[in-house]
Design a protein around this ligand. Structure first.
Ligand code: FNR
Length: 190
């Protein structure tokens, strides 16, 4: 069977290297995964005042997470943490209390930086958040991408064979992980 993967790009930049990385991951992914971006750009800043009546962009976000078999985060590291726009989107998805859309969703975390830490500190921070939200996470392989613009085309093509092999392997492992989590989920048939 095929799986719907909802993906978040944690950058609002028009020249985002993480958006390029997301295109590369989709291109190199096994064919049984289909991808839908979950937009974060139009969300207001979350407040509990909205809990009684979520605004339209937040409802769309929650429906998109609910409709996803798995979630993939492709994000930069900002000041050694999660970019505010992405954290805001996660806060929306986690609420109102009692309807955390991330619970039991298989998740993957990957990110690119021009710097040599390759978003590792952001990813550690994300793992705390996703643990609290009861979202199973692909633990290995980890993917800290030091972005070399010579290796990636704007369209998501990857000219460097080692990088392409690594990203293909990452998506194969993510696919297997999503499959295992869903197969063990309560109510799963077949
Ligand atoms: C950065 N950058 C950055 N890089 C990093 O490796 N660790 C960090 O903590 C930060 N902090 C940071 C904060 C802010 C506010 C900005 C704008 C940038 C650099 C960052 O990795 C680089 O700008 C990437 O190109 C951002 O990813 P996108 O937006 O191109 O996908």
């Amino acid at each position: 069977s095929t799986y719907n993967i909802g993906f978040f790009v944690g950058s609002l930049s028009s020249t985002s290297i993480n958006r390029i990385l997301s295109k590369a991951l989709i291109t190199l992914s096994p064919p049984d995964l289909t991808f839908t971006e979950i937009e974060i750009r139009n969300l207001p800043l979350y407040s509990q005042d909205y809990d009684a009546d979520f605004p339209a962009p937040a409802r769309v976000l929650k429906q998109a997470i609910d409709a996803s078999d798995g979630i993939l985060f492709v994000s930069p590291e900002f000041n050694r943490s999660i970019p505010g726009a992405l954290k805001n989107a996660i806060d929306w998805g986690s609420r109102p209390w009692g309807s955390n859309s991330f619970a039991m969703k298989p998740t993957g975390i990957i990110g690119a930086s021009p710097g040599h830490i390759g978003t590792a500190v952001m990813q550690a921070s994300m793992r705390s958040v996703l643990s609290f939200l009861d979202a199973p996470q692909l633990n290995a392989p980890e993917a800290y991408i030091i972005f070399d613009s010579d290796h990636f085309g704007q369209d998501g093509s990857v000219s460097d064979a080692r990088t392409a092999d690594f990203l293909r392997h990452y998506m194969e492992e993510y696919d297997g992980f999503v499959r295992r989590v869903l197969a063990s989920a309560p109510g799963h048939i077949g």
